[in-house]
Design a protein around this ligand. Structure first.
Ligand SMILES: [Zn+2]
Length: 174
C-alpha cells in the first residue's frame, strides 16, 4: 500500500484522502507504507484512523461478505466483526498503521473471554485485506461443515461444486 505526502510536511496520507488534493502536485511524494521510514512521519488524523477507514469500507461490505451473515461495528477502539462462526476484533496501531486481528473465544459458558492473535495479519495495513481474511475463514468453516459434506456424499458431488453452487445461491445447505 502506498502513502502520499508533501515534501514540505511530515504528515502522510492514505490513497484517496481529500487532503492530498491540497498538496501542490510538484511537492507530492509517495512511499510504500511498509517502508520503515513511516515511523519518522505522522499519520494524517483524517485518513489514517479506523473511523474513516470503517466508514469508507462499509458500502462494500455486502459484496465482500457475499453469502455470509455478518455484523460489523466500530466502537471507538476497534472494529467488531461478528459472523456465523466467530467474533473478531480489528485494531489499528496508529504509529505504524499496522492492523491486528484478534479472534474472541469464550470459555466456561461464555464467562471467560480469550483473545487469539492472528499472526498472518501482523503487518497488514489494508482493512479490506483483513476483512477478506475473515471471509476466507468463514469459507473454510463451510467446507468443513458436516452438513455440506453429508450433502456431497448423498448426491455424489464434489465439495468444491457444492461450494460454487452455494456461492451462486442455487443451493441452501443451512
Ligand atoms: Zn489524509
Amino acid at each position: 500500500m502506498i502513502a502520499q505526502m508533501s515534501r514540505k510536511s511530515d504528515i502522510y496520507h492514505r490513497p484517496g484522502c481529500p487532503y492530498i488534493s491540497r498538496i501542490h502536485e510538484s511537492h507530492i511524494e509517495a512511499f510504500d507504507m511498509d517502508d520503515h521510514k513511516i515511523t519518522h512521519f505522522q499519520p494524517c488524523k483524517y485518513c489514517c484512523n479506523m473511523k474513516t477507514m470503517y466508514r469508507k469500507i462499509q458500502p462494500n461490505l455486502p459484496e465482500i461478505f457475499g453469502i455470509f451473515n455478518y455484523q460489523t461495528e466500530y466502537n471507538g477502539q476497534y472494529i467488531k466483526v461478528h459472523t456465523d462462526s466467530y467474533d473478531w476484533r480489528i485494531l489499528l496501531k496508529a504509529s505504524e498503521q499496522n492492523m491486528r486481528l484478534l479472534r474472541e473465544i469464550r470459555e466456561n459458558n461464555g464467562d471467560d473471554l480469550k483473545l487469539i492473535k492472528c499472526d498472518v495479519m501482523k503487518k497488514e495495513k489494508n482493512l479490506q485485506t483483513v476483512i477478506k481474511y475473515i471471509v476466507n475463514q468463514e469459507n473454510s468453516v463451510l467446507i468443513q461443515n458436516p452438513s455440506a459434506i453429508r450433502l456431497c456424499r448423498s448426491k455424489n458431488l464434489q465439495l468444491d461444486i457444492v461450494w460454487k453452487l452455494h456461492m451462486m445461491s442455487q443451493l441452501y445447505i443451512f
